[in-house]
Design a protein around this ligand. Structure first.
Ligand code: SAM
Length: 360
């Protein structure tokens, strides 16, 4: 070994490389835990830590695989998905951590259920395009995406063609919306005060719209605009109406236009088009008009390694699946100015996202 190699050795270079390289095993183990319904089983065992034998039997895992199953649980405890505790009978048992509490599928867990989001993010159709990122970066095509190189079509066309993917994607979005909206309606309630109507543009199957309609009964008209194949067959009810359409064409009028996880999927030119349509849809600031954007503001949590890394992960997803990007505050500011808006206010600290209130 020469001096340089020795230096790398003493700096833990190889373990660091392995740790980074093999971290996909954390994602796949998490997927496996969700598939096996482990968070639900631990949750239904109430407050008593469940031991490995009972946990395996509840799934069920055949007795000849208990040893392998124990090793899966060891990693999941190590990555803080579950915790391990000594029981009164001296055995060790598992409990949920805050992270796995939000993977429980029943709605009595008070934390929302993000397991459909886990299943979608590691679905082979979303994992495979990553193998094309290098090839895409080297090519001259600025219009297509690694997703298209992999599947032959862009993601929204693909979703239109494959109902199973469409359904899985929409379920993931609904659970993410419901989770985030729980935080928003508590922390940002004043942002909705005095509003009579709200339209959730690109609102999918209505996860966010329903949370808002429930939390703010004074908002009389709550509607969702999304692509026709997304809202097809969704029943209108007394609180939420669905409109099939295209945000690049026109947005129906409302006091508030809400857009959650929309702008990050589009380039600047496309975002300005959407913003201009938002501006046409709302009344003046004095009459209560505003656009509410729920998206990431990159580097909104300086010093928080995890949130910053989540934002960079999502930003690369926007290259791989769409033609978008996660924007920092200056990039957002430029978009707003170019679309003719006069002022904005940002509330950070909503998980990895921020709320931007934008005024005409
Ligand atoms: C990333 S998802 C976000 C869904 C939802 N806002 C949420 O956060 O759960 C983007 C949404 O934009 C919708 N969308 C894409 N192109 C659209 C268009 N041209 N007009 C309206 N909606 C569109 C998609 O169908 C999808 O529901």
């Amino acid at each position: 070994m020469n001096d340089q190699e020795l230096h790398g050795y003493s700096q833990n270079a190889q373990p660091q490389l392995w740790n980074l390289l093999l971290s996909f095993i954390n994602s796949m183990s998490l997927k496996c835990a969700v598939e096996l319904g482990i968070p639900d089983i631990i949750h239904s065992h109430a407050q008593t830590p469940i031991n490995i034998t009972d946990l395996a039997a509840s799934i069920p895992i055949p007795p000849n695989k208990t040893s392998q199953f124990r090793r899966l649980m060891r990693l999941l405890v190590h990555s803080n998905v579950f915790s391990v505790h000594k029981r009164e009978d001296g055995d060790e048992g598992f409990l949920l951590t805050p992270m796995s509490r939000i993977l429980v599928t029943s709605n009595d867990n008070n934390g929302g259920n993000l397991s459909p989001f886990v299943s979608m993010m590691v679905d082979p159709s979303l994992v495979s395009p990553w193998h094309f990122l290098g090839q895409w970066l080297k090519g001259n095509d600025t219009q297509g995406t690694p997703f298209r190189m992999c599947h032959g079509e862009e993601m929204w066309d693909w979703a239109n063609k494959y109902p199973d993917f469409n359904k899985k994607f929409n379920m993931a979005m609904v659970c993410d919306s419901q989770y985030l909206m729980k935080i928003i309606v508590k922390k940002c309630a004043t942002a909705f005060e005095g509003k009579r109507s709200l339209i959730d543009v690109g609102g999918g199957t209505g996860g966010a719209a329903r949370s808002i309609a429930e939390a703010f009964p004074d908002i009389q008209e709550v509607s969702v605009l999304d692509l026709p194949h997304v809202v097809a067959g969704l029943p209108n009810d007394s609180r939420v109406k669905f409109v099939g359409g295209d945000m690049f064409h026109t947005i129906p009028p409302a006091d508030v236009v809400l857009l959650k996880a929309i702008f990050h999927g589009w380039n600047d030119e496309e975002c300005i088009k959407i913003l201009k349509n938002c501006k046409k849809a709302i009344p003046s600031k004095e009459e209560g008009g505003k656009v509410m954007i729920l998206d990431m503001v990159v580097n909104s949590a300086p010093g928080d390694h995890m949130i910053t890394e989540d934002q960079y992960f999502m930003d690369l997803m926007m290259i791989t699946y769409a033609r978008g990007l996660e924007r920092d505050e200056n990039e957002w500011k430029k978009l707003f100015k170019d679309a003719g808006f006069t002022s904005y206010k940002i509330t950070h600290g909503l998980g990895t996202s921020s709320l931007i209130e934008l005024y005409p």
